[in-house]
Ligand binder design. Sequence first.
Ligand code: NAP
Length: 547
Amino acid sequence: MNDSLAVIERPQAANSTEFDAIVIGAGISGIFMLYRLRELGMAARVFETGTDVGGTWYWNRYPGARFDSESWTYGYSFSRELMQEWDWNEHFSPQPDTLAYLNHVADKFDLRRDMQFSSTVTAAHWDDAANRWTVTLESGEQAQSRFLCTAVGILSAHTMPKIPGVESFRGPAYHPARWPHIPVDFTGKRVGIIGTGATAIQAIPEIAKQAKQLTVFQRRPNWAAPLHNSKIGKAEMEAIKSRYDEIYAHCASTPMWFIHQADPRKTLDVPPEEREAFWEKLYAEPGFGIWLGNFRDIGVNEEANAAISDFIARKIRQRVKDPKVAEKLIPKDHGFGSRRVPLESGYFETFNRDNVLLVDTLNDEPIERIMPRGVKTSKQEHEFDILIYATGFDGVTGAFDRIDIRGTNGVRLKDAWADSPRTYLGMLAEGFPNMLMVLGPHTARGNIPQAIEHSVNFQTGILRFMQQHGYTRVETRPEHVAEWTETVIKAAEKLLSSKVDSWQTGVNRNVEGRSVRRVLGYNGHGVHFRRTTDQVATGGYQEFAFR
Ligand code: NAP
């Protein structure tokens, strides 16, 4: 905390504009938030950095980008008409189709007229006396609102690697989260890619098909399993549409709001042959079943986790011809599922191609620096025409940190959350009145669009309640923030994933101060979260303080 920040300078801009609510971001969250705010009769404005709607699906246009969640659980469920008129073409929708879907939603509900694109929010300051937010854009333009809705996404603050010379490469260099709008042609090119997370695991097989030579710089391998994507025919789509109520009700009953439900048995209680047959079945099925539909203890019990990790390692050895390469691709520092499992389409077989080289930068050839013509490792200089930094994101809190958000007494959100976020239900942050966070830290996530709908519905429920009672200010109560923070931390304690560095545990060594693990999400059961939020709503939101 810094008392000297108590007086906030607010230069008066000539073009100030007043709104009931300002929404930051026009991705899945911002689109739905705007829709609900309009229903409440509120004057709202969405500010978005991109030139159009889509958020994640606007930015991440890299080859191979697609959902890992079943498309037919990924759409909005608030409009039956929308659900019935939209046909998904594939079980795991590719990025262009998803972006087309979000454009369709924006068009159908005429949302763009309240959206301002190419408008990056750089600051949002709370005025305690006036009970309102002043939002500043990169252009210097300012706007005021009673409510601030952060719809900034959990994976939107992309990060470049901290490698000396990173700006010196002379050829085109891309981060997948800032991929050009015109497809990149890799034909005849020597391509280098740094990083082997979910993004790279989707992109590598596609790039390898085109490039003359692809060199993959892997620091730590990730466990990955087959996606098994397929097309959806007309009749199949009609059948899915007729079951939407059932599908969404089922998702609402699972821990992470996907279709997958863990098997109630414990791994080691099941005879080895039966276990093996079960895993073979899951490995051959589409989607996250091998991770989320597995025995219930693979994410908490070391021995159970070692058994499934051994199964997946054997699969990698079967699929990769060169045993030395296979060993490099098998993680040794964390177990299967303790980082978000990337789903792949021919990733491991890609390393059987003559034009693909795997460089192990942890054990064999550390990267020393980026050079104008390529990447210099401890052993040699690799020359490239194109370089890709698939080096990930400053997850969950990163997008908040990049905006100068100040609450009561001028306290900066970044400072208030330096050690750990403090929120109630991940919906409102302590000390930041009238700031509603869609997918804020410490909320339940899993299937992202379903989590977003739940979050927005809860928050617009608060706004409706305030309208009914003539309240203009809502904030958290300290005792409930303390209780929720403890609940969230406790729920993460038993998980093997809590003992592993990843964006999910808040570790990103490319960002100053992000080398210590934090709990960033609610890891309890999705049903428990829904029940809690429903109880808060039906109880008249007593856990919040209103004025
Ligand atoms: P990521 O999983 O964080 O992977 C980043 C990769 O870059 C890691 O392999 C990391 O190595 C490497 N890296 C970072 N800094 C480096 C450096 N300085 N030197 C060398 N290597 C470096 O990021 P991501 O692949 O973008 O995926 C992030 C998340 O986005 C996923 O977990 C998923 O939730 C989401 N996503 C979803 C989909 C989908 O729905 N299909 C697709 C893509 C992404 P270390 O592991 O050693 O740090």
